[in-house]
Design a protein around this ligand. Structure first.
Ligand code: NBG
Length: 853
């Protein structure tokens, strides 16, 4: 628990009142009235022409990078290009800030510990419509746009779906003209860089900042102080007994602003990520005492808070540093918004100005923090403060896995945030009184609903706190929201049925179709015009084109082009060859047992086994390449073993001439947003094969369908809605449904007997255990033993159904026209999955605000 111990008593303890930067340094606006006409005019943009672009680019190269074109490195050129494109967005950004401030409009404060942004340059070029100009301008300077684009290291400040969703949402809000500030953490190291050594995952630090970061604007003058630890005391405040927190140490949060450009609409919102820095008090005392080494250590200690993204996805580790991160960024974010309000603003009206969306439980400590500000600092009555606080938050749950619901040990929370723990206790007391009043005599219910869990140790259930405080609680797909109400929070949904709602996730069409799939975009735009980019439901107009032979031909050509582009990339990036003419079957997502990559690799192994044993011949197999992309949490043994198994199978299968090259496995390392943008458009088949009831939504599933891949999937998460929309005949459904899963679990699931009674399943598992895939005979004991004796995610139970549906896939793929028709209908019918629609749903059902026009 104590991976970042609180400083011992020789660490600084004094927090001088004048610690924050001088008021003078962050005063806004000029001291005197400007008179120069340029200073009075609106901020201008560089001319939208090749000439204007070249001038701006060379100016940046010469004056910001400080190099001549003739001596510039590719990195110089990339940085100058990024800055140039940024300059074209600047006038919009400054104008957006001015307009939002003037309108005093309600803002969405999106609180998220993760933003998986992907590369910025392509998106900025798209938003400014500068692609062609940049290409020509750079060519005239002897440079190649594509080369410079590939120089960008993506900010991997998230683990997977949750962080990518946040990035899609802020893109949509900007495009829809809705005021939003995304708040998060500027991790110095994002999600680790994955490499494979002898087939095993090895993690390397993600040094995304090391070559410069042209997209960020630090504002050290607006740094915010964040306190930790210490104790609380009561005092007499003119006859009223109040509490106050005497913290033990503190750090500074320095904001870094990033542009979030809307698509062709003139709006640029802000993403504000906080970086931790030592306060002066932290080291001054020790410096004065002449202990240089301790002073530097103190500094390192403070900066640790934003040092690294925790690489666990959906399974938090409950580490102290993690709680520090969570409190750090929400404390900064609340303080920041309040600081920006007019000094005479009446905080009772705060809900008219902001709604904080809690992206999972990670930022939930914001609830007691706002209470602390109102009750302790502003000296409000408790009830008055709670009334306002309740209206300022809404909560999105992103999981159903019990181990993913955060519970902070009371001992830890009380040590790090003693005043917040007191506030949580009081919220709980008042809430439980409400429960007892609503359900008299039902003490068991009160105990079940308590924010404080008693076992296995006393802990604070953050999801309960969020549910009690939030105006609304939502799940991320229809099935997930239903299970959230019925299984995770049934007592709460009984008490407050209206609090619960669903918003099915979505993805941004700008990045994942328009940018990632230029050929399909062109084809679609030629057919139905370009309106679909901001109004994705218009893809419906493509339906009749499914029966148009020319369109189908164009569609296939686009897919073939995407496959070739992927093949070129994989050779260059990983030395992997993608055989032409293959069905491209893709499973990309975090490695997790519930997602069942093991089932996918068992499909490959089963086919291989059937060839080895002579049940079929290679020519019976539809030529297929199975592509995996997945990172495993560094401490997740089973997930790492699965990566090793996939790599081992790939090595064996790809080299076996008996398969005649008709079945290959590709596993490029370090799957990230940049790779996704090339992989997804090239896919024919999308694998969404989690055990029903486990995947909250999935968003990769939406990206594949919208890029014309067909889905093989279980009735889980948003798959359910995809299938409803595209129609059964255009979706490969297999496996148990959620109620069957629940029933099987209740009746006692026995994977061992399935193994014993299913010859092909047995042959598949036996081949893994036989040692053909690894020189280490025990390499897969863990995986095999786990499946045989436990199989928590019921891989064996769905094995037959999955194999049968894969055979159905092969039959369908053999009929080119039928397949293309289905793929086009997937695109035409999935417009619902735009994150623009998701944002409209949040605006209507949760945030109760709208665009600022
Ligand atoms: C993930 C779910 C996905 C879902 C994303 C975005 C967490 C805790 N949850 O199914 O596993 O698509 O959130 O909602 O990362």
């Amino acid at each position: 628990m104590t991976d970042n111990p609180i400083p011992t008593p020789d660490a600084p303890t004094v927090v001088p009142a004048d610690e924050s930067p001088t008021t003078e340094s962050h005063r806004r606006g000029p001291a005197f009235k400007p008179t120069h006409p340029v200073a009075l005019a609106p901020v201008g943009s560089p001319p939208h022409s090749v000439d204007g672009f070249v001038r701006e680019f060379l100016h940046e190269l010469n004056t910001t990078q400080g190099v001549a074109l003739s001596r510039s490195s590719v990195n110089d050129q990339y940085l100058a290009l990024a800055t140039t494109v940024r300059n074209y967005l600047m006038a919009r950004w400054l104008e957006t800030g001015r307009k939002t401030h003037e309108a005093q409009a309600k803002t969405i404060g999106y609180l998220s510990a993760e933003y998986l942004l992907g590369r910025q340059l392509g998106n900025a070029l798209l938003a400014t419509q500068l692609n062609d100009i940049a290409e020509k301008g750079l060519a005239a300077c002897g440079l190649d746009l594509a080369t410079l684009r590939s120089q960008e290291v993506e900010p991997g400040l998230g683990n997977g779906g949750l962080g990518r969703l946040a990035a899609c949402f802020i893109d949509s809000l900007a495009t829809m003209n809705v005021p939003c500030i995304g708040y998060g953490i500027r991790y110095e190291y994002g999600i680790f860089r994955q490499t494979f050594v002898d087939g095993r995952q090895v993690e390397q630090p993600d040094t995304w900042l090391s070559l410069g970061s042209p997209w960020e604007f630090p504002h050290p003058e607006s740094a915010v102080q964040v306190d930790f630890a210490g104790h609380t005391e009561t005092y007499d405040d003119h006859g009223v007994t109040r509490s106050r927190w005497i913290p033990e140490w503190n750090v500074l949060g320095v904001p870094y602003n990033y542009m979030v450009p809307g698509y062709l609409n003139g709006r640029v919102n802000t993403l504000r990520l906080w970086s931790a820095q030592a306060t002066k008090a932290f080291d001054l005392q020790i410096f004065n005492a002449g202990d240089y080494a301790s002073a530097v250590r103190a500094q390192t200690f403070a900066e640790n808070i934003s040092k690294v993204l925790y690489p666990e996805d959906s399974t938090p580790q409950g580490k102290e540093l993690r709680l520090q991160q969570q409190y750090f960024f929400v404390a900064c974010s609340l303080r920041d918004f309040i600081n920006e309000l007019d000094p005479d603003f009446d905080l009772h009206k705060l809900p008219e100005r902001i709604i904080y969306q809690l992206n999972d439980t990670h930022p939930v400590i914001a609830v007691p923090e706002l209470m602390r500000i109102l009750v302790d600092e502003k000296k409000w009555e408790w009830d008055e403060a709670w009334e306002v606080t309740k209206q300022c938050f809404a909560y999105t749950c992103h999981t159903l896995l019990p181990e993913a619901l955060e519970v902070w040990p009371v001992s830890l929370l009380g040590r790090l945030l003693p005043r917040h723990l007191e506030i949580i206790y009081r919220i709980n007391d008042e809430f439980l009184a409400e429960v007892r009043e609503a359900f008299p005599g039902d003490e068991l219910r009160a105990r079940r609903m308590s924010i404080i869990a008693e076992y296995p140790e006393r802990g604070v259930r953050m999801a309960y706190l969020a549910t009690i405080a939030g105006t609304k609680v939502n799940g991320v797909a229809a099935l997930h929201s239903q299970l959230l109400r019925d299984k995770v929070l049934p007592d709460f949904s009984e008490m407050w049925p209206d609090k619960f709602t669903n918003v099915t996730n979505g993805i941004t069409p700008r990045r994942f179709i328009r940018m990632a799939n230029p050929k399909l975009s062109e084809l679609v735009t030629d057919a139905i015009g370009s309106g679909w980019v901001t109004d994705l439901e218009r893809l419906q107009e493509l339906e009749p084109y499914a029966d148009d032979e020319d369109f189908r031909e164009g569609f296939r050509k686009a897919k073939a082009w995407n496959k070739e582009r992927l093949a070129n990339l994989l050779v260059q990036r990983d030395g992997i060859s993608l055989p032409p003419g293959h069905l491209v079957d893709v499973m990309v997502k975090r490695l997790h047992e519930y997602k069942r990559q093991s089932l996918k690799i068992m499909h490959v192994i089963s086919l291989y086994e059937q060839v080895l044993s002579g049940k079929i011949t290679a020519s019976d197999i539809t030529p297929r390449t199975v592509v995996f992309g997945a990172k495993a949490a560094p401490g997740y043994k089973m997930a790492k073993d699965t990566i090793y198994l996939i790599n081992a199978v790939a090595k064996t299968v790809n080299a076996d001439p008996r398969l005649e090259g008709r079945l290959t496995v590709a596993f490029p390392a370090n799957y990230n947003v940049t790779l996704a943008e090339k992989l997804i458009p090239a896919a024919d088949l999308s694998e969404q094969i989690s055990l029903a009831g486990m995947e909250a939504s999935g968003t990769g599933n939406m990206k594949f369908a919208l890029n014309g891949a067909l889905t093989i999937g279980t009735d889980d998460g948003a798959n359910v809605e995809i299938r409803e929309l595209v129609g059964d005949e255009n979706f490969f459904l297999f496996g148990m449904r959620e109620p069957e899963v629940a029933a099987l679990a209740a009746s006692g699931y026995n994977p061992g007997s399935l193994y014993a009674n299913n010859p092909q399943l047995k042959a598949t598992i036996d081949l893994i255990a036989s040692g053909v895939f690894s020189s280490d005979p025990h390499a897969f004991d863990g995986i095999v033993g786990n499946l045989l004796h436990q199989d928590r995610f019921m891989v064996f139970a769905d094995f037959d159904s999955y194999m049968a549906e894969q055979a159905e896939v092969e039959r369908a793929y053999a009929d080119e026209d039928r397949w293309t028709r289905s793929a086009i209908l997937n695109v035409a019918r999935c417009g619902f999955f735009s994150s623009d629609r998701a944002m409209r749903d949040y605006l209507k059902r949760i945030w109760h605000t709208g665009p600022l026009l």
